[in-house]
Ligand binder design. Structure first.
Ligand code: SAM
Length: 469
């Protein structure tokens, strides 16, 4: 049997094993006895193997699918409550030497405006993001050792953390840059990053090599083993993801779960987050040439099955998704969403003129952060601007064991309420504030421990008086 620990990620996420998994899932997709036993195991909230989860994903039986959705909702509720963490992407540079056929940053795209933020522009972007109310960013960059070397990325991180504007410090910078060396990961760790995020794009090696015909990203093994190097470099929290639409979704799903299994076995801690991006329209991309797109039903089922299979992992959905699609998957397992996002370089401080078009892809959900926060609250969620775990060292295996034991709830719920209160005081429109204040009042009563409830209420009162600790 496969030992995820003894192999490198690239060897473990093996094509033959994935094909066998898919055949097993296909053969058993209507095997009610097996499906029931998998669901029984899933109810223990200890996760599922890629084989078990693949059977669930393949299952067409409506009644069983309803059970899966109900379980995913329950697990989401048990581990993450009704909190949704907010973040925004910050694009630093779109210079890129790769040839990714689905990404407009590819080297041969001559009609995209190439931009790289100066440190002053980074400051302006951060101020604009802080003025919206963001506390947590994911920085994004193309891969270009001359224009965006690691030193440039590190300098940007330093600048971001140094901007103190009104009440608006950025407290967590997550990083989504190309696969790099252990040494560079160590530098990122020393710069105080939160999660290192890298999407696998596709786990299908042959497709991967075709989709990345040129540039350093062509190297499948180097890309696939990036998370192991990141962890070797001391980064505790890593974020996985595949770009759905590039290859067959069942294949990607099995690969993604195998990657999570590998990290857990080999590094002692699974992925901190899993992202579920879907391919979007973008400049110089012939979307019609990508025929593996998935519809909203399959997308929702993928989210639910990931939630069941890896219950402790945060799940991220970005503004690539429409309001409608985001609404559907929120309660199936999503714990983080972006809001008010711009995918152009410099797009927060200065909206980009149409002819410039430095954007990476067309944002589908174009609402402002205020609108997204209001929408979430109207749906009964608590938008959270909390970054306390990271600041208090609850990362990597410490976060995971807290999350797995359900303990994370005890600190997250109060922190979410207090950071939401600060957001409402500092940035929200009057309508959003009114909805939020009512929600906070109601949710403060849901802090289980009496003493903690009293502390939260007192802290909320102090924030209301602008007396912050
Ligand atoms: N350059 C880095 C890399 O190669 O991993 C990461 C940054 S890139 C800005 C972030 C992600 O955007 C990529 O990993 C890819 O999955 C996604 N992306 C690229 N083109 C896209 C498109 N047309 N639609 C949706 N997402 C896309």
């Amino acid at each position: 049997m496969y030992d995820p620990k003894s192999k490198k990620a690239e060897e473990f996420i093996d094509n033959d094993e994935i094909l066998e998994t898919l055949a097993y899932a296909e053969a058993n997709k209507e095997n009610i006895e097996l499906i029931d036993s998998i669901l029984e195991k899933a109810r223990l909230r200890k996760g599922l193997t890629h084989r078990e989860a693949s059977v669930l994903l393949a299952c067409p039986i409506e009644e069983k699918n309803e059970e899966m959705f109900a379980l995913a909702k329950q697990i989401k509720k048990d581990f993450y409550g009704n909190r949704i963490v907010m973040f925004a992407p910050l694009y630093l540079s779109n210079y890129c030497i790769n040839g990714c056929t689905y990404c407009p940053y590819h080297l041969k795209n001559k009609h995209i405006a190439r931009k790289k933020l100066t440190q002053e522009e980074v400051r302006q972007e951060v101020i604009a993001l802080q003025d919206l109310g963001h506390k947590r960013l994911a920085i994004e960059s193309g891969e270009d050792p001359i224009n965006n070397p690691i030193e440039y990325i590190l300098e940007c991180i330093k600048t971001i953390y140094s901007v103190h504007h009104k009440n608006g410090d950025i407290r967590r910078v997550n990083v989504n840059i190309a696969a790099t060396t252990v040494e560079n990961y160590r530098k990122l760790k020393d710069a105080g990053i939160g999660t290192y995020i890298l999407f696998q794009e596709t786990y299908h090696k042959e497709s991967y090599e075709q989709l990345h015909p040129t540039g350093p990203k062509h190297d499948y093994a180097y890309h696939t083993e990036a998370m192991d190097r990141a962890m070797e470099g001391g980064i505790d929290d890593v974020g996985l993801g595949v770009l759905f639409g590039l290859d067959k979704y069942r294949y990607e799903f099995a690969g993604l779960l195998m990657h999570a299994e590998h990290l857990e076995a080999a590094q002692g801690v699974g992925p901190h987050t899993i992202s579920v991006p879907r391919l979007c329209n973008a400049d110089d991309i012939e979307k019609d040439t990508f025929t593996n797109g998935i519809d909203d039903d399959i997308f929702a089922k993928i989210v639910a099955c990931i939630r069941i299979a890896v219950p402790y992992t945060g799940m991220i959905v970005s503004t690539r998704e429409s309001q409608k699609s985001r609404e559907r998957v929120l309660n199936l397992g999503i714990s983080q969403v972006s809001g008010g996002s711009k995918t152009s370089v410099g797009g927060y401080a200065e909206p980009e003129p149409e002819e410039d078009n430095s954007a990476q892809f067309d944002v589908t959900d174009q609402r402002s952060l205020d609108e997204v926060v209001k929408w979430l609250m109207e749906l009964g969620y608590i938008p959270s601007f909390c970054t306390a775990c990271y600041r208090e060292g609850r990362t990597g295996d410490r976060f995971m064991s807290l999350c797995k034991s359900g303990q994370i709830q005890n600190c997250c719920h109060p922190n979410a309420l207090m950071t939401l209160k600060e957001y409402l005081m500092d940035y929200a429109s009057p309508e959003t504030k009114a909805i939020g204040d009512a929600l906070i009042e109601k949710e403060a009563e849901n802090v289980p421990n009496e003493k903690a409830r009293a502390v939260v209420k007192e802290n909320l009162r102090l924030i209301e008086q602008d007396n912050r600790r």
